[in-house]
Ligand binder design. Structure first.
Ligand code: SAH
Length: 463
């Protein structure tokens, strides 16, 4: 089975960085049911296409007993469509071979992760008993132009009629990670026959890969039922969480898990309240919100006359769009629009647009940066942008034991690259302050525990 992903968005070779696969090589990966190979059938100035070619060995499947259940001893164990048709095997191959792209990680091109690219995905053969209509119902609400071609049962015997197999082409403008998430979840739905046992962790997989799109998909029930192989308790648990999420559409984004975990204390509000009061007390009038996300702090800032100029920056276009929507930017009066600017940019690059401000808030952002990028971040903020006051907040990892819903050893959000203890954060912050000529003091936000401290830690740097 084949999955080809093609982009025409320049620089087209970013595709190779995002997939973490070199365009000039054929690379091979062993999977426990067969092999995957990645190669590039097209690399030109205009377009770049990467093909994932997965072979399934049905005999090995029988031996390792990972084949479809209920077929023991039957011929269909040996002779079936599994080697040729995209199925849950393809999802496993995507997760193993394109794992970093699926997880939204790209060391060499971090900015490309969230970038909307012109993408085309071609899956050579999918099976769908319900025909073209279901294929469209699944992919069109996600914004794809869908091209489907039904394949004949056997081209040499047209009388035999048509098969239930299709080739599928999807075209859309979206981040690569999102395309991979869609395919990861929806391909096995078409096949409706997972090759492995579906247990509790499938709910987590569905919710994490469905993040940002599943809760608003008109077919979310069908998707959930099929993905979880009709297991009632799993379906209920998944749908319950998805519905929660539909009630508050503002939260339908990467921050969802984090928000869900934290709402019990409405920690988020306390955090933003503290940031706001520190900003006010600093006397700042021109302020930056770096990594502004969906604009929650900005909403508070525009309510305060003291702030004459407010600039929100985020690396993610999608976040900025959500922020524009949440702030009802288009409907703001002209004078408000003049005060407020939302810009796309990355905190790990020197950026002249960030120079000359009184204060910067960087709320729950540093833990999203890859540790090797921290140094670049420090220079971008403290050496080049150089606001008089810098407020940084980040989770206090010691507090994680207190979250009833957070499994031990896990971060509060799947995109966190690290979470620091108080000592780790303070050591880092003091080093930064010394290197760049700032004084730093620390505040805690949220209910304080005598042993593990408070859930959020804050450093206030002043030059
Ligand atoms: N400050 C917001 C959002 C925190 S989530 C709040 O408290 O609600 C972290 C945000 O940082 C996300 O919106 C993410 O897109 C952004 N981000 C991650 N890496 C970034 C980078 N290198 N430059 C700018 N923003 C970044």
């Amino acid at each position: 089975m084949f999955l080809t992903i093609r982009t025409t968005t320049s620089p087209v070779t970013d595709l190779g960085y995002l997939l973490h696969k070199h365009p000039e090589k054929v690379q091979e990966f062993g999977l426990n049911f067969g092999k995957a190979r990645v190669f590039y059938p097209e690399v030109s100035e205009e377009a770049c296409a990467a093909a994932l070619f997965v072979t399934v060995d049905p005999i090995a499947l029988v031996r390792s007993r990972t084949g479809p259940a209920g077929e023991a001893g039957s011929l269909s164990q040996y002779v079936n469509d599994r080697p040729y048709v995209a199925s849950s095997f393809l999802s496993v191959a995507i997760a193993e071979v394109y794992g970093s792209a699926l997880g939204g990680r790209c060391k060499d091109r971090p900015d490309a992760v969230d970038r909307e690219l012109e993408l085309e995905a071609f899956v050579s053969v999918v099976t769908c008993r319900h025909g073209e209509e279901l294929l469209r119902r699944l992919f069109e609400p996600l914004g794809y132009a869908v091209e489907v071609q039904r394949l004949p049962l056997d081209p040499h015997f047209p009388d035999w009629g048509e098969s239930r197999y299709f080739s599928l082409k999807l075209k859309g403008t979206l981040p690569l990670q999102l395309l991979l998430k869609h395919l990861y979840v929806l391909i096995p739905i078409l096949d409706n026959n997972k090759h492995y046992w579906v247990g509790d962790d499938e709910v987590e997989k569905l919710l994490s890969k469905g993040e940002g799109w599943l809760s608003s998909h008109p077919e979310k029930e069908l998707i959930t039922h099929r993905y979880l192989r009709y297991q009632r308790s799993l379906i209920d648990s998944a749908l319950e969480r998805l519905i929660d999420d539909t009630i508050e559409p503002e939260e339908e984004d990467e921050l969802r898990d984090e928000v869900e975990i934290e709402t019990q204390l409405s920690l988020n509000e306390q955090r933003l309240g503290t940031v706001l009061s520190v900003l006010k007390a600093s006397g700042a009038s021109r302020v930056l919100d770096l990594g502004c996300g969906e604009g929650r702090l900005i909403k508070l800032l525009i309510g305060e006359k003291q702030f004459e100029e407010i600039v929100g920056m985020d690396v993610s276009h999608r976040m900025l769009e959500i922020a524009m929507r949440n702030l009802r930017f288009e409907r703001l009066p002209e004078w408000q629009k003049k005060r407020l600017k939302l810009i796309q940019g990355s905190l790990i690059y020197r950026d002249e647009r960030l120079a000359g401000f009184d204060a910067a808030a960087i709320v729950e952002v540093i833990e999203h940066l890859d540790p090797p990028r921290l140094h670049a971040f420090e220079r971008a903020v403290f050496e080049f942008s150089k606001p008089k006051t810098v407020i940084i907040t980040t989770p206090n990892s010691e507090y994680n034991v207190k979250w009833p819903t957070l499994p031990g050893g896990k971060f509060r959000h799947s995109d966190h690259r690290f979470e620091w203890s108080r000592a780790q954060f303070q050591t880092w912050a003091q080093g930064v302050a010394e290197r760049f000529g700032y004084q730093v003091r620390f505040l805690s936000v949220g209910s304080e525990d005598t042993e593990v401290g408070s859930p959020t830690q804050m450093g206030v740097f002043e030059s």
